[in-house]
Design a binder for this molecule. Structure first.
Ligand code: DX5
Ligand code: ZN
Length: 222
């Protein structure tokens, strides 16, 4: 089936002293979503940004804000993220004992529901609950830090997820997150991903339009 490809710059690698300007630059450069990484120092060994920052960004961009919650007990914060302006929220399967329930809550709040899985996490629970979600986020690095190397074995996971969804007639987005660059984005697309998060691969480049354009032409050729 024809799939829409979306490029989602992760602002974790942006210059936080000039965040508004960075968002405007990637928006002008053709970004489809803004990927917003939230870390709690428990689920991952790092801290990042949270609700007040998302709320501020909501005022300066029309792009969908894609919140990736790398936090324990994410159910506590869903409503606040939705009120702040998130359009999609990813919660991690590893910290959600009842995936259908949290998906239902997200949909009730009017936000796109996504389940994220770490590289070492089995797929079974996320796939069982897939019918309740709009997106599955496959981590292609261990979460917690930008700028890590892509783990190639995670492409098999993407292939398995896409094959399982296709077999069941489920048309979810598959987002891949971590180490995505111009030189591997086509492999991720071939494997079945259609939403591509890239932090250092975009913000580490001086010309955002050139790099996003190059990524798009690599996957346009798939
Ligand atoms: C990692 C985050 C990613 C990260 C991606 O914990 O979830 O979104 O910022 O950054 P790169 O593309 O540099 O791996
Ligand atoms: Zn992320």
């Amino acid at each position: 089936m024809a799939r829409t490809f979306k490029i989602a710059p992760s602002i974790l690698s942006a210059d936080f002293a000039r965040l508004g300007e960075e968002i405007r630059r990637v928006e002008a450069a053709g970004a489809d979503l803004i990927h917003f990484d939230v870390m709690d120092g428990h689920f991952v060994p790092n801290l990042s940004i949270g609700i007040p920052v998302l709320e501020s960004l909501r005022k300066i961009t029309r792009l969908p804000l894609d919140a990736h919650l790398m936090i324990e007990r994410p159910e506590r914060y869903l409503e606040a993220f939705v009120k702040a302006g998130a359009n999609s929220i990813s919660v991690h399967a590893e910290v959600c004992p009842d995936l259908p329930a949290i998906a239902a809550r997200m949909r009730e709040l009017g936000v796109r529901a996504s389940v994220a899985i770490n590289p070492e996490t089995p797929l079974d629970r996320a796939l069982q609950a897939a019918g309740e979600f709009d997106m599955i986020l496959v981590m292609s690095v261990h979460p917690g830090f930008g700028g890590q190397g892509f783990i190639p074995e995670t492409l098999d996971k993407v292939r398995t997820v896409r094959a399982d969804l296709d077999r069941r007639g489920l048309d979810l987005d598959i987002e891949i997150d971590g180490g995505i660059k111009v030189d591997n984005i086509d492999q991720a697309a071939h494997a079945g991903a259609n939403v591509f998060v890239s932090g250092s691969g975009i913000f580490g480049h001086p010309d955002y339009a050139a790099i996003i354009g190059a990524m798009r032409s690599r996957i346009g050729a798939v």
